[in-house]
Design a protein around this ligand. Structure first.
Ligand code: AVJ
Length: 324
């Protein structure tokens, strides 16, 4: 707990570099190599992701925003009076204001993010923007997949609402999603709501271009994790010896992103050698796509029920309200 400007920051992420090194080396030592997708988001990666959200092929962001802006009043009404809104992975927070604007007398806003500077900066902007309404902003610096506590707001409330937009839930396998949602429920220590963005299953002719854009931004985003390893962990990945690959695995209903080694090569991370065969893959991301049924199944297995589902006219994306 430290004071930064107007905030008391609850900090659960003091050993970030350690976890980056440990998790990357562990992932690359497996028979099927993998790098957790949360490591995409260094400064450049976050910027590239913002660019992805603007791509013509990448429909999720603009569709989710359209759903949120079409139904904000209804959503806010469903969230109920005096909610404590807890955003998981708040990022730049442009899906936040839309919801905050319409909430009925919010108790406080709790943005949670791993990127400390980004978190403080966007929390300060929000505090300022809602100064006239006296909104309390309680930033928490944490890897929300690990441990954190919900800070206590000045104004007491029973109405806890987690906000998890962007279909980030799709980065978890169904079993991991059940574990994560159960964890949220236990953090809440009582009934709570979860407003979650979930991308929907659809034809690969729409899904695959969203992850294989013409401009090559997604490829740059994917390869950037290797540049980050080089810079932060003393790696020597040659970026032109790996290529981006993304496809829809229809059996598991997920987009898979990989980095494919274009030759036999040995790479080093610090002093650890890692051998690659030509064509060998590093899995960098799974992005699960949902149906109403699959989300309802995850909800019920984690002690939630689906109360409302909002979608766009083409059924590309959904915003769902779960309650425990
Ligand atoms: C942030 C997980 C929702 O899976 O669509 C975009 C990340 N990866 N392009 C997604 C991503 C490649 C994105 N999520």
């Amino acid at each position: 707990k430290t004071s930064i400007g107007p905030f008391t920051l609850y900090d659960y992420a003091p050993t970030r570099e350690d976890s980056f090194r440990t998790e990357v080396l562990r992932g690359l030592a497996q028979p099927k190599k993998a790098i957790p997708c949360k490591f995409f988001y260094d400064e450049r990666g976050s910027r590239l992701f913002d660019d992805i959200c603007e791509l013509p092929e990448y429909y999720p962001t603009r569709t989710e925003l359209a759903i949120l802006s079409q139904y904000t009043r209804e959503i806010a009404r469903e969230l109920g009076p005096r909610p404590l809104l807890i955003e998981l992975g708040s990022g730049s927070g442009n899906k936040t204001r839309l919801v905050l604007d319409y909430l009925d007398d919010p108790a406080a806003y709790v943005p949670i993010d791993i990127a400390r500077e980004h978190l403080i900066a966007s929390a300060a902007l929000l505090l300022d923007a809602y100064a006239d309404r006296g909104l309390e902003v309680l930033p928490v610096c944490a890897d929300y997949t690990k441990d954190f506590d919900i800070p206590r707001a000045r104004r007491p409330t029973q109405n806890l609402v987690f906000y998890f937009p962007g279909s980030t839930i799709g980065n978890l396998s169904p079993q991991e999603a059940v574990t994560f949602l159960s964890h949220l429920r236990s953090l809440a220590r009582g009934p709570c709501g979860l407003l979650v963005g979930a991308d929907l299953h659809k034809d690969r002719s729409i899904l695959e271009p969203a992850y294989n854009d013409h401009a090559g931004v997604t490829a740059a985003f994917n390869l950037n994790v290797l540049a980050r390893i080089n810079r932060e962990l003393g790696g020597d990945f040659a970026l032109d010896h790996f290529r981006h690959r993304a496809f829809y695995n229809v059996t598991d209903r997920r987009i898979e992103m990989h980095l494919i080694s274009t030759c036999n090569q040995t790479v080093h991370v610090g002093d650890v050698p890692i051998a690659f065969r030509e064509g060998e893959s590093i899995t960098t991301e799974h992005s699960y796509k949902f149906s109403r049924e699959s989300m309802a199944d995850i909800a019920s297995r984690s002690g939630f029920r689906v109360e409302r589902v909002w979608t766009d006219a083409q059924n590309l994306f959904s915003v769902q309200l779960l309650r425990s």
